[in-house]
Each structure stands twice: as C-alpha cells, then as structure tokens.
Design a protein around this ligand. Sequence first.
Ligand code: 13P
Length: 248
Amino acid sequence: MRQTVVAGNWKMNKTPAQTTELINELKPLVAESANKCIVCVPFTSLANAIEACKGSNIEVGAQNMYFEESGAYTGEIAPSMLTEMGVKYVIIGHSERRQYFAETDETVNKKVIKAFEHGLVPIICVGESLEQREQGITVELVSMQTKIALLGLSAEQVKKTIIAYEPIWAIGTGKTATSDQAQEVCKAIRDTVADVFGKDAADEVIVQYGGSVNAGNSKELFAKEDIDGGLVGGASLKAQDFSVIVNS
Ligand code: 13P
C-alpha cells in the first residue's frame, strides 16, 4: 500500500521569517495526518524551515539543485549543501525551470542521479503543454520524459522516487485536470515504470498530480488508483488550505 504524499512547492515566495510563521501555523493542522507532508521552500528559507519543522511530521525539500559536487557554477547549489542542512527531498525538472531556465530531460536525469548519490529523494516533474495535449501526444511525451529522467537508476532507487505529473496548462491557471485525465496520465507513468523497471518498482513509486490542486478538489484527485498525492503550488502558501489537502 503506497502512502499518500503531499508536497507544497512554495516557488519564489516567503522570506525566512515568513517561512517560520507559515510552518508554525501549519504544524498543528497536519499533526494527525496519516499522509506524508513535505514543504519545498526557497534555498534562503531552508534553515528556518528545518528548524521550524523539528519534532513535527513535516519534512523539508528544496526546489532545485545542480548536478556537480562543487566548483565554478555561480549561483548554483550543490547536493551536499542541501543534505548537510537536513534537506530530504528536492524537486527536479519543474516545468518553470524547463521553461525559464533551460532545463532539459538530460539535465533532469543528471540531477536525479546526483540526488540519489547523496541520499536525496527526487520529486521529478513531468507534463505536457496545452498544445501537446491538443496534438494527442500527452501519454507518449510524459512516458518519454519519465524514461529519460530515470535512465541509469536501479529498480530499488525508482521505488523511492516521487514523480509529479504536472500538466503545464493546469499550473497556476485554476484549470485543474479532471480526476480522470490526471488518473490516465499517472497510470501511464506507472505503466512506463513497470515496463522499464518491473512491477515491484511500479507498485512502489509515488506518482503525484500537480496543477491547481486546492482544498476543494484534492480528495477526488487523490482517491484515484494511480494518484498518490499532490504537488501543490498556490494553495500550499495558505496553512488552512494546505492542511485540508494534506489531510485529504
Ligand atoms: P499551482 O498549484 O499553483 O497550480 O502550481 C502547481 C505547481 O506548479 C506545483 O509544482
């Protein structure tokens, strides 16, 4: 039985002081949840987030990292910098990073491999644009993104991976995929994992849905067979709303 995992992607929001405040508000609201709760905060808020989450059931993730150990990469963050702080998860290949920061399936794969070398759990984002959906290539495209992202991993590593299906047209638009649309693609991701890494890996890999998840639609989405929780943007910035989603 897979656990439901709900991660908040705060994107470029909240200062360190605001981070402490939001987490302190969230803690009592999710304390009884049977689901896993993760907050992925800006790099500058990681220290405050880790401190605020101590002794609670909330875990902390970063929103990106680089695939080299150290060196002349101005502005980048190495995996060991995250793990030393106590970061457990890292979002990799979010569509905003692919769109604005030139990330590709290949850099996503390098980052995923590097994350595992350091014991970080990657939350890998895949998803199609509206144009690609209208062309009818969603399942093929997402399946290919998934295969490339996981290239070179062992089945044991894939079992620990989180894959977030985030249709680009549903991100920040208020246009959620229907639960049937989301289920169809999340199942395709799981089938792809089964083809490449076997049924055991497919049974254990966590597949989330992301894109305008809110307190009103999370329950129906997470009830679907192949949707094991969500990656939540806007609604994760409000403790009350996010707690309803986490408790779904
Ligand atoms: P919204 O929930 O704001 O649509 O963002 C989704 C997302 O991009 C999470 O990574």
